[in-house]
Design a protein around this ligand. Sequence first.
Ligand SMILES: Cc1cc2nc3c(=O)[nH]c(=O)nc-3n(C[C@H](O)[C@H](O)[C@H](O)COP(=O)(O)OP(=O)(O)OC[C@H]3O[C@@H](n4cnc5c(N)ncnc54)[C@H](O)[C@@H]3O)c2cc1C
Length: 405
Amino acid sequence: MRSQIDNRKSQIAIVGGGPAGSSAAIRLADRGFEVTLIEREKFPRHKLCGEFISPECLTHFAELGVLDEMLAAGGERIHETRFFDRKGRSFAIPSGLLDHKRAALGLSRSAMDAILLDHARRSGVKVFDGTRLSEAFIEDEVLKAISVVDENACTEIVSANLFIDASGRNNALCRLVQRSQDDSSKPAAKASVAVGFKNHFRDVKIEPGVCEIFSFPRGYGGLSSVENGAANLCFLMDPKIVRKIGSDPAKLVERAVCSNVRAAKALENASAAADWLAVSISSFGRTPASPIKNLFAVGDSAAFIDPFTGSGMLMAFESSALLSMAIAEHAPITERIVAEYSLLREQAFSRRLRVCSLLRKAAFAPFIPTATIRFLAFSKRSRNYIASMTRSYEKHSLNTRNAPS
Ligand SMILES: Cc1cc2nc3c(=O)[nH]c(=O)nc-3n(C[C@H](O)[C@H](O)[C@H](O)COP(=O)(O)OP(=O)(O)OC[C@H]3O[C@@H](n4cnc5c(N)ncnc54)[C@H](O)[C@@H]3O)c2cc1C
């Protein structure tokens, strides 16, 4: 059977249709580039995430032309995030503190990612979903083409001048390229540093407009409302706890998450509304921005920030915006794109990655979360300072026109 993909020469090929890939595709198509996007899944699909869409993302939605659709998708506006220690003591960070008095948005990734990918199609991007990356073809240290396999097991070749890896923590394209260059077979499997779980729940007791974060020994969880009357529970924990309690998520909720009294209260009569999703995380932090001169990583592929600060999607949108700016300004001179993108990325993300790494270590350490929550409950200045350090957008030059209210 013939695949939907013709052997084509497109200017830019993107692997991955999450927030980083779709938003890069829309921005580049709007600037007149011919863009092909390869996505492994068929959307809508569930995705493991806290589904807290930080207020700054709304500026990106406006720039991308999807703000009205996102706000009409039935999600909940989140006005504050409240952090609870195990005994129920808490402090709150208003969403407006993160971005000019705007509220955040609680919306499922299933809805958000589908809206973005549909908009990419409407913007002229050739989207091939249900299609995954298979091989990379490199000549004279330039990535010439990739081969992809669709649902019918048909293999096709996609060639391009520039490639973008937006495949998330997988780093699928960058790893494939590195493997072909190293000539090695398979990389050694890395040990897990954290394990994440997520499900939607019904009949949860939380205040409307509040995202609740619960601390528990060697982990933390987040609960906030999304569309259709559901609430999203997502938690991250030390793999040792999973080994001790077992990998049944319901047991982990009961024994670990609900050791936090506030979580126990919020989930008292709640019932799971879908199948659990689980993921093992092997590392946080950065990977090279450009492992070969015409391949660029964006979103989680470029840097994975601890989810604690709810800014992973923001970094996905920002890194794509920065790369699109560099490409629009300097294409086809790849060396200039590399230099500009590396500089912008450094200015935008290095401080917040350092701060979030420290926060993660504190959240997983025994006693520190309780002491920190107690301290921050009394010190508004310290709360504001830490919140501002997890976002460092004052230094870089993202376009913030059309800022939504
Ligand atoms: C436990 C947890 C909670 C989180 N909570 C939040 C939160 O509340 N708020 C927030 O802002 N961030 C949160 N994050 C982070 C957020 O999920 C990511 O930062 C964000 O999804 C990154 O977007 P991306 O587009 O780079 O990657 P992804 O969203 O992972 O998208 C990558 C896409 O590439 C596709 N793909 C992968 N491999 C291939 C392949 N070989 N071929 C073709 N396609 C491929 C995948 O199917 C996927 O659709 C959380 C993360 C975790 C782990």
